[in-house]
Ligand binder design. Structure first.
Ligand code: G4P
Length: 303
């Protein structure tokens, strides 16, 4: 399980609750390649009935068909609207209109809209804020953010963003989400084994986008096992060590880097149905762990 600054979570959620009454809407930035895994599970609980815009960023790197399914899924929740974008889009007016539509007391164009913006690292939050503001806003590190907890950025005469850099999630219970986040670069490369991440990507590509693999790496017969695929790519791209053996680390780096850069085309790593099924599994494991803990306690009591 990957821990996110666990000691700070209480402080961060306390600060979030304090700011919440002063904002009209919460903007949660998501990675359009992983709309489920890049959601902060804490945010939904903390924001309660505050309207929320899910900004699906990096759409240029995503798959339009899968992304459309996520838009439908996310908007099933009342008080949630989505906006699909990428760093080259100018979304100021669209975002503002959506904020006003969701915050009835801000319908009047002469009033300032206050929006809290949150998102996991690497989702493109700084890039978006800089673009909206038309100037470079200094990035607040997570540590610094916890001392100040928020940064107010006046984007225009109509929109103020309140950035909350400390809002991360406490842990990733869904193992597949951890791999997807590592695959896209949202979590440090040192958090998981490089070769495991590359194998995860290879397995996903064989299953979901086989034709892209065939085209990109000029493959005649697509292997069914991820290790074989890595070996095949290694031979194609000369990722070999002396004696002609495969350099697994080098080929893993190559696949991860091409995948992140979108060289294999736009991709969405998860579907709403698949993601929901994974969480059902997580719930089963959670229940099993709780039962085992209870049984241990009861044995101790009976000793
Ligand atoms: P953060 O504040 O949420 O942590 O993310 P940040 O804006 O720093 O963006 C993380 C990386 O994602 C940056 O690339 C940025 O250029 C890229 N990015 C942001 N939005 C988009 C988008 O819509 N599409 C694509 N394709 N990329 C996006 P980097 O390589 O880490 O930095 P840089 O060399 O581009 O500055």
């Amino acid at each position: 399980m990957i821990q996110w600054y666990p000691g700070h979570m209480h402080k961060a959620s306390k600060a979030f609750k304090e700011i919440l009454p002063h904002v009209d809407v919460v903007i949660e930035m998501l990675d359009a390649r992983l709309p489920g895994s890049s959601e902060n599970p804490m945010l939904a609980r903390l924001r309660r009935d505050k309207p929320c815009i899910k900004l699906l960023n990096k759409s240029d790197l995503s798959d339009p068909d899968r992304l459309a399914a996520w838009v439908v899924e996310l908007e099933q929740h009342s008080l949630v609207k989505t906006l699909v974008c990428s760093s080259t889009d100018n979304i100021h007016n669209q975002l503002l209109d959506l904020c006003r539509a969701m915050a009835p007391k801000r319908q009047n164009r002469s009033t300032m809209v206050y929006a809290m913006i949150a998102g996991i690292p690497n989702v493109g939050k700084s890039t978006l804020i800089n673009r909206l503001a038309g100037r470079r806003i200094a990035k607040t590190g997570n540590e610094a953010a916890l001392t100040r907890m928020q940064q107010r950025i006046e984007i225009s005469a109509e929109l103020t963003l309140i950035d909350t850099p400390g809002m991360l999630w406490p842990n990733i219970e869904n193992e597949a989400s951890g791999y997807r986040l590592a695959a896209t670069g949202a979590i440090r490369d040192t958090a998981l084994e490089l070769q495991d991440v590359a194998s995860f990507i290879a397995e996903f590509l064989i299953e979901v986008y086989p034709q892209r693999l065939i085209r990109r790496y000029d493959i005649e017969t697509l292997p069914s096992a991820e290790v074989e695929l890595l070996e095949l790519i290694a031979h194609q791209r000369g990722c070999l060590v002396s004696g002609g053996r495969v350099d697994l680390e080098k080929v893993s780096r190559l696949l991860i880097s091409e995948f992140r850069a979108g060289e294999l085309g736009g991709m969405c790593l998860e579907t709403p149905a698949g993601f929901a099924a994974e969480w059902e599994q997580v719930a089963v494991i959670r229940a099993q762990k709780a039962a085992a803990k209870e049984a241990r306690k009861s044995r101790r009591r009976n000793k």
